[in-house]
Ligand binder design. Structure first.
Ligand code: AMP
Length: 409
């Protein structure tokens, strides 16, 4: 087992890492940091939560210097991930005077135009960065390090053409790092175009399959909400994510859970950036217990202590299922995935089972639950047949530090 001291990092950076409480490198850090510090191009296969941000962050913090222009560019598929990476890099660069900013759409461009000339590190989503390139409000001529975070997601979300334009606008003498949950042929093709003799490193997924229980319930579509409410009120859990396939359903489910006194908040791409950032902050700080979300809004985010994933709807793309379940059972904790299946979910569900044959998803027998009537426009509460049990008396099975009541107080 290696230690951070083996990687040729500066003294200051080693001290910061120690202060952050990281005693030993994660697998992806152990494998990639030595090559990153040597200046090699690296393709890292690693999921969210594997510690990849610190891996490329070490290269950035030790190779970028104050007041020498924009030297490191990190591209992320979502605004939330851009924010998260910015926060992590700022922590890592605490003892070095670097200006680190994030730029993405959905917020005013004026501030970004003011901040860009003073920045040494930029974390950006592709669309807004391209906008700055076209307006000539960003100068990439000094960039020596380019990081593509969640590279496979860039393809999935249709950003790859923008990404390629941006990489081509960077100096050809540079170091390029790709991090991706899977190293697929399309990532390899991309690396052939834009990398020089890249080193490939792999890290095991942080999700521990032995700690992850996956189940499904068969339920009529019009009873899904009632079953979800019942399970949330009766399963003992830490933080919970409820996934829906559409923005409309995300709002519908969150509104109805709230109307039934469950502490839920929605997040999806239709909300303003400020609202999304605020919502993620509440969830991360465990101020709300249930995040109802679409795939796009949650992609790549690292949230600790998620004990339960509910699939209110099964995703059409099996890869999204894997991304969803990857948010629980991390780093030694237990986790549970609960799939609620009605007529229009079976096709997607069987695609998942045939694509991932190793998954064991247990069928749960039908249970009794009270029926709730969905909230209509302007109504505060759904009508219950009888009042729900007091969930706050439940205790977490998974022994997380903070125990949750999903009930609103
Ligand atoms: P990622 O999204 O892959 O960058 O993973 C980030 C998470 O991993 C954050 O919660 C970090 O605090 C945590 N992390 C990063 N490096 C380490 C380490 N060496 N030991 C323990 N946790 C780490």
């Amino acid at each position: 087992m290696k230690v951070f001291e083996n990687f040729g990092l500066s003294h200051t950076l080693l001290e910061t890492i120690k202060k952050l409480g990281f005693d030993k490198p994660t697998e992806i850090q152990e494998q990639s940091i030595p090559y990153i510090m040597e200046g090699k191009d690296v393709i890292g296969e690693s999921a969210t939560g594997s510690g990849k941000t610190l891996a490329f962050g070490c290269g950035i913090v030790d190779k970028v210097f104050p007041k020498k222009g924009l030297q490191a560019l990190i591209l992320t598929p979502t605004r939330e991930l851009a924010e998260q990476v910015k926060d992590s890099l700022k922590q890592l660069a605490k003892n070095k005077n670097l200006n680190i900013i994030s730029i993405y759409g959905g917020v005013s461009i004026g501030n970004q135009i003011d901040m860009l000339p003073k920045s040494e590190v930029v974390i950006a989503t592709p669309g807004r960065l391209l906008d700055h390139l076209q307006r000539k409000t960003i100068n990439l001529s000094q960039v020596k390090l380019v990081v593509l975070d969640e590279a496979d997601r860039m393809f999935d979300m249709g950003f790859i053409e923008d990404v390629e334009k941006i990489i081509r606008a960077c100096p050809s003498k540079r170091q390029t790092l790709f991090f991706s949950a899977t190293i697929s042929p399309r990532i390899i093709n991309l690396s052939r175009k834009y990398m020089v003799h890249p080193v490939k490193v792999f890290a095991k997924n942080m999700v521990d399959p032995t700690k992850l229980k996956q189940v499904y319930y068969q339920v009529l579509k019009n009873l899904k909400l009632s079953l979800l409410t019942h399970l949330l009120n009766n399963e003992k859990s830490g933080l919970v994510m409820v996934f829906c396939n559409t923005r409309i359903n995300t709002d519908f489910v969150a509104k109805n859970l709230k109307a039934n006194d469950i502490d839920a908040i929605p997040i999806h791409g239709g909300l303003s950036q400020n609202k999304r950032t605020y919502t993620m902050g509440l969830f991360n700080k465990e101020k709300v217990g249930v995040l109802v979300c679409t795939d796009v809004a949650s992609r790549g985010l690292h949230v600790e202590n998620v004990s339960h994933i509910y699939n209110y709807e099964i995703p059409k793309d099996p890869k999204d299922y894997v991304h969803r379940i990857g948010r629980t059972a991390r780093a030694g904790h237990e986790g549970k995935v609960v799939n609620l299946l009605s007529d229009n979910d079976y096709g997607s569900f069987s695609n998942i089972l045939s694509e991932y044959r190793m998954f064991k998803i247990e069928r749960m027998k039908n249970i009794d639950f009270k029926r709730i009537s969905p909230v209509k426009q302007g109504r505060e509460r759904g009508r219950n047949e009888r009042s729900s049990s007091n969930f706050s008396e439940n205790r977490s099975r998974f022994g997380q530090k903070k125990r949750f009541s999903h009930k609103r107080r």
